[in-house]
Ligand binder design. Sequence first.
Ligand SMILES: C[S@@+](CC[C@H](N)C(=O)[O-])C[C@H]1O[C@@H](n2cnc3c(N)ncnc32)[C@H](O)[C@@H]1O
Length: 251
Amino acid sequence: MGLREILKDLINAGGTGGLNWHVHAFQSQKRWQPTVTHIEHFLMHCQPRHKHLLLMGCSAGWMMPTTWLAQFTQIDAYDIDPIAQRLFNWRHGRALRHSQTQISHHRQDAMAHLPKIIEKHPQASIWFDNMLGQHRYRIRDETLVGKELCALKTTLTGRDWGSVHDLLSGPTQQVARSQDSRMQDVYQSVFPRDMGASYSQSLVQSLQAQGIWFDHLTSHVFTDDTPTTLIPWEFKPHYWHWLQAGWQSPL
Ligand SMILES: C[S@@+](CC[C@H](N)C(=O)[O-])C[C@H]1O[C@@H](n2cnc3c(N)ncnc32)[C@H](O)[C@@H]1O
């Protein structure tokens, strides 16, 4: 790999992470806190079957509750970002040492190698940590992305797994602070599973959207009967994401 590629990788790690993402995440911690709390509540209600976790797209774990991670005795963390390991250990290392959680980092494409990774660890739960919505940025072929994301549930049949991922994202009018409570109501609601045009429209309108919104092609990651939760995320001022979180256990 030449110097140019190395630098490019450090800065944006395939367009989905890298220094750009870390600087933004570091500076956005206060604005992201309500979303981080929602994710924490969601995870605290998930009961993974195994004490071993495969953590996909870990990055520095900017939005990950350490307390949830600390329940595992072993974590294998995967990311393509060359600085993910160092920053993840900086943020969570001390607590994980305290809980005696063994952590191994792998700089690997978790989508491309998924069948091999899960085969190697049959007694592990799997969590995709805000990674699947990025697939579209990496693979530019929309049809292929939709197909691969939809096929995940087949690859993961019989496994204990979950994901939080971008569903939709786009520009909004400024949401006044007084409307924050409305965000809570939206989050608490149960949304229809079929992501038809009117469903997307109602989600987008609930955040006072304007302009063109981006579909991350993740609406068929879960089977239709998986209970999921929708979480609003103020990614930047005037730019929101709808995240979808779900957990699927084998019968
Ligand atoms: C939105 S960030 C994740 C946020 C992270 N979970 C956190 O709380 O900080 C997405 C991460 O997924 C990683 N990623 C994207 N596609 C990936 C893939 N196919 N395999 C492994 N990592 C991937 C990116 O490098 C990036 O670090």
